[in-house]
Design a protein around this ligand. Structure first.
Ligand SMILES: [Zn+2]
Ligand SMILES: [Zn+2]
Length: 100
């Protein structure tokens, strides 16, 4: 329909990015370390990255999409999130830690 607002597939999970509340931007090089390039990514994917990796780890080892996707927990997450709606947002944001 209107092609001017397509953000393309998510570089992490490869599902479509729908402009709006479900998307966010990630800096492969953390801004704290001078990173400027921001990439559109799902909010769920984004919070997954930051819940697993510190900025230092991102800088040293996970500053490329293939590196991020090879992280075992992210790999699991990608397979899980692949079945969700493109605009799916984490159901338990702000929920108290419900660990298993
Ligand atoms: Zn994604
Ligand atoms: Zn980020």
């Amino acid at each position: 329909m209107n092609g001017d607002q397509t953000l393309g597939p998510c570089p992490l999970c490869d599902r479509p990015l729908i402009p709006g509340a479900s998307v966010n931007q990630h800096h492969l090089i953390p801004r704290t370390f001078g990173g400027r390039d921001a990439f559109w990514i799902h909010k769920v994917c984004h919070s997954k990255i930051h819940s697993l990796l510190s900025e230092r780890e991102l800088l040293k080892r996970y500053h490329t999409w293939p590196a991020l996707r090879s992280h075992p927990e992210i790999d699991k997450f990608i397979r899980w999130v692949a079945k969700r709606e493109p605009e799916f947002n984490s159901p338990n944001r702000r929920a108290r830690s419900r660990r298993r």
